[in-house]
Design a protein around this ligand. Structure first.
Ligand code: ADP
Ligand code: ZN
Length: 229
């Protein structure tokens, strides 16, 4: 007699890996996916087509680990290729739009293990949709940290070195660096505009380093308060 089958498939879950650029999100995603492959699980791996910085058909980490992947235009495309998969890996989730949340929920409901890596903050230090929404519904969350290139402290921010474009400007070390909270804020105070300049507008290409703050001149006591001699 065959095993009784449950009336519904086993539940899946969502794992989210977030942090700044260079914090090791992709390395961690690749590590988990490789282990699943070693265990002979059926794994499907996706990334947004917009991110073809290092390869079109592979996820590549800054330390040059790589794993074959499929490029998709939008989150909904993932559903078309995920039927057979037990494990689904998605890199650069912040570029896949708000639909990614519903897609991940549907996949988890179908019993799949869904692992999404992405930036939790944009270059302004603001939450980068839809990663905050994914963090809210995930079963497992990992926050990775880079090393601040200015001071060496743990870095959780991605600093854009040039004044260029809007929210999404895909780039690597030429455009972005990892910074801690303090060095990020110092850099922005001396360089970046609060609202991005329009395309074709000011386009400064030299990296902007945080300037040392000038020592404040010592305030002299006000006249009325000066002691008469
Ligand atoms: P992410 O996906 O978070 O951008 P990756 O996994 O692609 O990160 O790359 C992590 C690797 O980046 C590190 O192992 C290291 O080799 C390299 N790296 C470059 N700059 C830094 C930095 N400032 N801090 C930490 N790692 C860095
Ligand atoms: Zn720092």
């Amino acid at each position: 007699m065959s095993e009784p089958t449950p009336p519904f498939p086993a539940s899946g879950w969502i794992e989210v890996i977030v942090g700044s650029m260079y914090s090791g999100k992709t390395e961690e995603l690749i590590r988990r996916l490789r282990r699943a492959q070693i265990a002979r699980q059926k794994v499907e791996i996706f990334k947004p087509g917009i991110d073809d910085r290092y390869a079109r058909d592979a996820i590549v980490s800054h330390s040059e680990l790589r794993i074959p992947s499929r490029s998709v235009r939008e989150a909904g495309d993932i559903l078309r290729y995920a039927h057979e998969a037990q494990v689904i890996g998605i890199d650069e989730g912040q570029f896949l739009g708000p639909g990614l949340v519903r897609v991940c929920e549907r996949l988890a409901r179908r019993g799949k293990r869904v692992i999404v890596a992405g930036l939790d903050q944009d270059y302004r230090g603001k939450p980068f949709d839809p990663m905050p929404q994914l963090l809210a519904i995930a079963e497992y969350i990992t926050k990775t940290l880079a090393i601040c290139v200015v001071c060496g402290n743990p870095a959780n921010r991605t600093y854009r070195k040039v004044r260029r474009g809007g929210l999404v400007v895909v780039g690597g070390a030429d455009l972005y660096e990892a910074r801690c909270r303090r060095c990020f804020e110092l850099g922005r105070r001396v360089s970046a505009p609060e609202s991005p300049s329009p395309p074709g507008g000011s386009d400064e290409t030299s990296p902007v380093r945080p300037r040392q703050r000038k020592p404040r001149p010592r305030r002299r006591p006000r006249r009325g308060m000066r002691k008469k001699g």
